[in-house]
Design a protein around this ligand. Structure first.
Ligand code: AMP
Length: 115
């Protein structure tokens, strides 16, 4: 397995700049550089899990933490009108960074089904 850091590991280590919204022992949240909604954050585990399909029972706590933390961030930001959490898994689903992350999108109406 490659030992090269992922983009998000470099951001976590402050080697690449980003606007941090939240950080704790298990995860951090930053603003997406190419926002798809007025609020577009990425909630990212510090431990590298490439994607959902490669997660295991060892990851249950951290994956739960990402969702709970997303909810806390949404409350703190006052996103009372609604928000959407998205995890892209694989190229066809739009995954571009092989380090699992939750997109938190808010601030505009969201279509269903998603594109
Ligand atoms: P995905 O396509 O689901 O893998 O999501 C990757 C996300 O990372 C995209 O929404 C990108 O806009 C975002 N992104 C890429 N580079 C950066 C960066 N340097 N800082 C913040 N977000 C980034």
């Amino acid at each position: 397995m490659s030992t090269a850091k992922t983009l998000f590991q470099k951001i976590a280590d402050r080697e690449i700049p980003a606007e941090f919204i939240h950080e704790d022992d298990l995860c951090f949240a930053i603003r997406d550089i190419n926002p798809q909604a007025p609020t577009h954050l990425l909630v990212i585990p510090k431990r590298l899990i490439p994607r959902v399909a490669e997660s295991s029972s060892d990851d249950v706590d951290v994956l739960g933490h990402l969702v709970v933390t997303s909810g806390k961030i949404a409350r703190d930001l006052g996103l009372a009108n609604g928000f959407r959490l998205v995890i892209n898994n694989g190229k066809q689903a739009g995954e571009t960074v092989p380090h699992l992350h939750v997109h938190l999108l808010a601030g505009r109406p969201m279509d269903w089904p998603p594109g």
